[in-house]
Design a protein around this ligand. Structure first.
Ligand SMILES: *[C@@H]1O[C@H](CO)[C@@H](O)[C@H](O)[C@H]1NC(C)=O
Ligand SMILES: *[C@@H]1O[C@H](CO)[C@@H](O)[C@H](O)[C@H]1NC(C)=O
Ligand SMILES: *[C@@H]1O[C@H](CO)[C@@H](O)[C@H](O)[C@H]1NC(C)=O
Ligand SMILES: *[C@@H]1O[C@H](CO)[C@@H](O)[C@H](O)[C@H]1NC(C)=O
Ligand SMILES: *[C@@H]1O[C@H](CO)[C@@H](O)[C@H](O)[C@H]1NC(C)=O
Ligand SMILES: *[C@@H]1O[C@H](CO)[C@@H](O)[C@H](O)[C@H]1NC(C)=O
Ligand SMILES: *[C@@H]1O[C@H](CO)[C@@H](O)[C@H](O)[C@H]1NC(C)=O
Ligand SMILES: *[C@@H]1O[C@H](CO)[C@@H](O)[C@H](O)[C@H]1NC(C)=O
Ligand SMILES: *[C@@H]1O[C@H](CO)[C@@H](O)[C@H](O)[C@H]1NC(C)=O
Ligand SMILES: *[C@@H]1O[C@H](CO)[C@@H](O)[C@H](O)[C@H]1NC(C)=O
Ligand SMILES: *[C@@H]1O[C@H](CO)[C@@H](O)[C@H](O)[C@H]1NC(C)=O
Ligand SMILES: [Cu+2]
Length: 612
């Protein structure tokens, strides 16, 4: 036995060594420019292309490779950056991509080189992380192949499939944060794409098993996924291998990934619909022209017909997706111990003094600092462990290295929100029960905050599912845990881009002293900042002389005076605008889910907030 064990250890070491030797560098040159595309066949528009192409290139690497992407911003009019969604960037926090968090925005005419190793496996994606730029097409799959996965012998071929919502207008041309939309109703997409197009026929061979990597690269809307008359096995979520689990329907919020094994039938007589259905519960208004469901096909036989999916009569009760809480990571990582630090946040949608709708963790709507937060860490010496340096409006939390962190999130909003943590995946230890007849449906009632008494640790899963994006149910709550074992500045935010725009984000400053020991500003970082006319030293207010003086920091707008309510603003706006025919539609989609309140309204106050 001892001999065998010793041999196995040596063999493993050799294999690891061989693997290490084989790790290669995969390089891409990205010249980012505007190109035209018409993916839904309804409307040609300007999209962000790479090297003159759109859809963008799928990045493919093997586990352990180094990925180098030289990006040139040839957009002419728009700043940009790339986030590698799900990549831990362990030791390379400066490669994470969000502007004003770990780098300055890359202005037109500037370049940046992203350069990091990929020790993870699985299905990821990359997307722009500067302002709201990825819905304009700047997003695509990033696949890490792993020929040592436990399911490597269980499939014949791999397929990568993205799904997304799609707008016909440039994001900057879609009105959103403004007094005419006080409830913050999200703009409704014009269509839903399947792998950046529609009516896709995927040729398959009878009897074969495919590993399908599914990624929702959308900006807002979650989607159901199923294949008529086929079940499948879930083997990966967000880069984490899970024990194969039979399922027939999935729910993918934006930014979530699932890998599934689908075994084909033996008969080539028919083609079968692959169906995606947009979660209409998220939409305030559904125009009759909006096609929520899409039929694509497993093509067994190109001379057979391509049947349209027969949709469930009642989507809410007939489409029951697999609950990701029940998945067990294949590595059997156990529930983390009781947390060293617990952060409890409420998700709130409310108005600020301009009457527009914003999003808050507790009472803070994330507002970008004057210096990228990572650069504040690097330039603040021993003050780096003082949260004050990072300004109130980046909503900073200082984490000590290797602490177990717990986030308790209470969603006071009537919509669901998919939360994403950079630099980590997290254990999903609790989530409030589903509401209504349907998984993420909202049933009338009051928000339910997490109650630790009712959820003792003994009720937590022994091997909790881990992922990097998880959905908070409407008016419900969730609890997640992770270990602060990755020094860096990491954003935790809602992945609905509209909500991020509204400020639904907070910052973790994880092990700042260790960050200072491993990273420093490079000449290239500095020249990117200079081109962007952005400070790269000092606190959130760009003050290097007095790191605790935040005078001049960017702030969220002031609160409305006491007594003003959303309902009041709606009433006011409506009375102002009812005179202006033609603006009706934009206004109306903002009016559809006004919470009823019995408080004073703007009208009761007999006055209005200024900016109308
Ligand atoms: C990027 O592409 C544009 C349009 O094709 C071209 O004019 C420009 O020279 C390219 N820039 C670089 C750095 O490759
Ligand atoms: C497994 O992948 C590595 C690269 O990560 C490659 O070098 C090796 O040849 C692959 N092995 C097999 C058996 O395909
Ligand atoms: C990427 O980083 C590695 C390690 O720091 C370095 O050796 C290599 O030269 C870098 N490559 C590029 C293209 O910058
Ligand atoms: C989806 O699109 C990507 C990018 O165009 C392509 O590489 C991939 O093969 C497509 N997937 C399928 C199943 O056709
Ligand atoms: C990555 O793959 C290896 C085997 O190829 C496995 O041991 C490891 O647990 C995987 N990582 C995750 C996060 O699933
Ligand atoms: C297809 O045929 C194989 C080999 O005969 C058999 O093992 C398998 O169960 C069949 N699959 C289905 C879905 O009937
Ligand atoms: C393909 O479908 C056609 C039309 O239904 C049918 O006549 C043909 O036999 C099928 N071919 C195979 C190989 O199953
Ligand atoms: C798909 O959804 C549209 C509404 O978006 C509906 O009119 C249509 O009947 C649905 N298609 C099927 C096949 O159910
Ligand atoms: C948030 O609440 C805290 C505690 O009540 C208060 O000190 C702080 O000023 C508030 N911040 C904002 C932006 O309202
Ligand atoms: C939490 O649940 C316990 C047990 O049901 C109950 O006694 C307590 O009042 C609850 N706490 C809150 C704040 O609702
Ligand atoms: C980062 O690397 C450190 C040191 O190798 C390791 O202990 C830690 O687990 C890693 N963290 C993540 C999130 O990969
Ligand atoms: Cu959200």
């Amino acid at each position: 036995m001892a001999f065998v064990q010793g041999f196995m250890i040596r063999l493993t070491a050799v294999l690891l060594f061989v693997q290490y030797c084989q790790a290669k560098t995969v390089s891409y040159d990205f010249n980012v420019t505007w190109v035209n595309a018409n993916p839904d066949g309804l409307h040609e528009r300007k999209v962000v292309g790479i090297n003159g192409q759109w859809p963008l290139p799928v990045i493919e690497v093997d586990k352990g490779d180094r990925l180098v992407v030289n990006m040139y911003n040839g957009l002419g009019d728009t700043d940009t950056s790339i986030h590698w969604h799900g990549m831990f960037q362990n030791g390379t926090n400066n490669m994470d991509g969000p502007s004003m968090v770990t780098q300055c925005p890359v202005t037109p005419g500037s370049s940046i080189t992203y350069n990091f190793t990929v020790p993870q496996n699985g299905t990821y994606w990359y997307h722009c992380h500067t302002d709201a730029c990825y819905p304009d097409g700047y997003r695509q799959a990033l696949i890490v192949h792993d020929n040592q996965s436990y399911f490597k012998d269980m499939y014949d071929e791999e397929l990568t499939i993205t799904m997304s919502d799609w707008y016909h207008e440039l994001i900057e041309d879609i009105p959103f944060i403004r007094v005419e939309n006080p409830t913050g109703a999200e703009p409704v997409p014009d269509s839903f794409l399947f792998n950046d197009t529609l009516n896709t026929k995927i040729p398959v061979e009878a009897g074969k098993t495919y590993l399908m990597r599914l990624i929702n690269i959308g900006a807002f809307v979650a989607q159901y996924f199923y294949i008529t008359d086929h079940t499948f096995r879930i083997v990966e979520i967000d880069g984490v291998y899970v024990d194969a689990q039979e399922a027939d329907t999935l729910y993918l919020s934006v930014a979530q990934r699932y890998s599934i094994l689908v075994t084909m039938k033996n008969s080539t007589a028919k083609n079968y619909p692959i169906v995606t259905v947009a979660d209409s519960a998220l939409l305030d208004v559904i125009l009759p022209t909006l096609q929520l469901n899409q039929t694509n096909w497993l093509e067994y036989n190109s001379s057979a017909e391509y049947p349209q999916a027969v949709m469930a009569v009642d989507i809410a009760s007939d489409l029951v997706p697999y609950d990701d809480m029940n998945l067990v990571p294949n590595d059997r990582m156990e529930l983390l111990p009781d947390p060293d630090m617990t952060i409890e946040v409420d998700v709130v949608m409310d108005n600020l003094d301009n009457g527009a709708g914003y999003a808050f963790f507790n009472n803070i709507s994330y507002t970008r600092p004057k210096v990228p937060t990572l650069y504040s860490v690097l330039s603040s010496g021993e003050y780096a462990t003082n949260a004050q340096v990072y300004g109130e409006y980046t909503h900073p939390f200082i984490l000590e290295q290797n602490q177990v962190i717990e986030i308790i999130l209470n969603n006071q909003d009537t919509g669901s929100h998919p939360f994403h943590l950079h630099g980590h995946n997290f254990q999903v230890v609790s989530r409030s029960p589903p509401y209504g007849s349907h998984f993420y449906d909202f049933a009338d009632g009051d928000p339910v905050a997490y109650n630790a008494t009712e959820n003792p640790p003994s009720s937590f899963p022994k091997y909790p599912a881990r992922r990097d994006t998880f959905v908070a149910p409407p008016q419900g709550n969730f609890v997640i845990r992770f270990v602060a074992d990755n020094p860096g500045v990491w954003l935790f935010h809602c992945h609905v881009d509209w909500h991020l725009m509204q400020g639904l984000a907070l910052s973790f400053i994880e092990a700042p002293t260790q960050i200072q020991q491993s990273l420093s500003l490079t000449d290239s970082d500095i020249s990117i900042c200079k081109a962007a006319d952005t400070a790269y030293e000092g606190n959130a207010a760009a003050n290097l002389d007095d790191l605790l003086d935040l005078t001049g920091q960017n702030k969220q707008r002031p609160w409305l005076p006491e007594g003003f309510t959303t309902r009041g603003i709606v009433a006011m706006v409506f009375s102002c605008l009812s005179a202006l025919l033609g603006m009706g539609f934009i206004t109306l989609y903002g009016l559809s889910d006004i919470p009823s309140q019995n408080q004073q309204t703007v009208e009761d106050e007999g006055g209005g907030n200024s900016e109308t």
